[in-house]
Write a protein that binds this ligand. Structure first.
Ligand code: GLY
Length: 303
């Protein structure tokens, strides 16, 4: 089968960041050409996107509501049955590599402090993924949230989850400090043996409580891979989990729909105010799209 790699930089991320997704997809594709597995390629692509501070994953991850905390989720899956995820991981450079290490254990997922201690045990050094860009992005998200609560019209760009509009976070504040007050990366690869793999990594969405988990590490919601293809989702995690989005896309592909048709049909299940995007590969091709701007790149022998 012809190898192929597709990488995205998150629903609602600027399309101008496409050079980053192109670099990740190209590196994944080159590894596939050199005989690497779909899983190795998808992990490599995700690592490069985590290291690019423009994307909300690894270095550059979003801050939580308190403006101090960063908790990252990452996951991987392939058509051979491999699955591993970390949830709420703190202070690590490449969460996707920690998720890969989870696949060496009998478990599927590790979270919170256990995930951090596991990362250190596996040799992942203490690392602060905070960037000045993430601080500025958080400041804008808080301003936007306040404006929306005061009646400003939603624009769809950088809007917090609608659930926060009629909701006072002080009621649910679970950070150690007093109240002071979307997007993700993903890679899908298909190797020459026809195996599929998918990786996800994220700092979450805008405005999150401590411990909040989105779709990215959730099997069937933020990612799915099987013998017919692989799918990664980006956008408002709660909405993606409710619709078990990636599994539903996969089921359509398995039933014979091309990746584009399967993705478009599932994207239509989301109201326009919810940011969501997908990348997917089937046996014949690949597709990516979102109803927001979303940088993504497909690399195969024809590109
Ligand atoms: N899609 C990323 C998140 O909601 O956490």
């Amino acid at each position: 089968m012809r190898p192929l790699a597709i990488a995205h930089g998150g629903a609602a991320a600027p399309a101008g960041f496409r050079d980053g997704t192109e670099r990740a997809a190209r590196a994944a594709f080159d590894l596939l050409l050199a005989g690497g597995s779909a899983l190795d390629a998808a992990v490599l692509g995700a690592t490069l996107l985590e290291d690019d501070p423009r994307f909300n994953a690894g270095t550059g991850s979003n801050l939580r509501f308190d403006g101090r905390t960063i908790e990252m989720d990452a996951s991987l899956m392939d058509s051979e049955g491999t699955f591993g995820a970390v949830i709420g991981l703190k202070r690590a450079k490449n969460p996707i590599l920690v998720a890969r290490d989870v696949t060496r254990t009998p478990h599927l997922m590790l979270s919170g402090e256990g995930a951090v201690l596991f990362a250190r045990r596996m040799g992942h050094a203490d690392y602060d993924p905070l960037t000045a860009r993430a601080v500025e992005k958080h400041r804008r998200a808080i301003e936007k949230w306040k404006a929306l609560r005061e009646g400003a019209p939603a624009t769809g760009e950088g809007d917090p989850h609608p659930g926060w509009l009629g909701c006072d976070p002080r009621l649910y504040w679970n950070f150690p400090e007093e109240f002071r007050a979307g997007d993700t990366i993903g890679v899908v690869a298909r190797d020459s043996l026809g195996r599929f793999a998918v990786t996800n990594s994220t700092g979450g969405t805008a405005l999150m409580l401590h411990g909040r988990v989105g779709d990215s590490p959730i099997f069937g919601a933020g990612l799915y891979a099987g013998p017919a293809g692989a799918v990664a989702a980006t956008g408002e995690g709660e909405e993606i989990v409710r619709r078990l989005l990636c599994y539903e896309v996969y089921r359509r592909i398995e039933g014979g729909a091309p990746a584009e048709e399967a993705c478009r049909a599932e994207l239509e299940r989301f109201p326009d105010r919810i940011a969501v995007g997908l990348i997917a590969a089937d046996r014949n091709g690949a597709w990516g799209g979102s109803h927001r701007e979303m940088p993504f790149s497909v690399v195969d022998a024809s590109t």
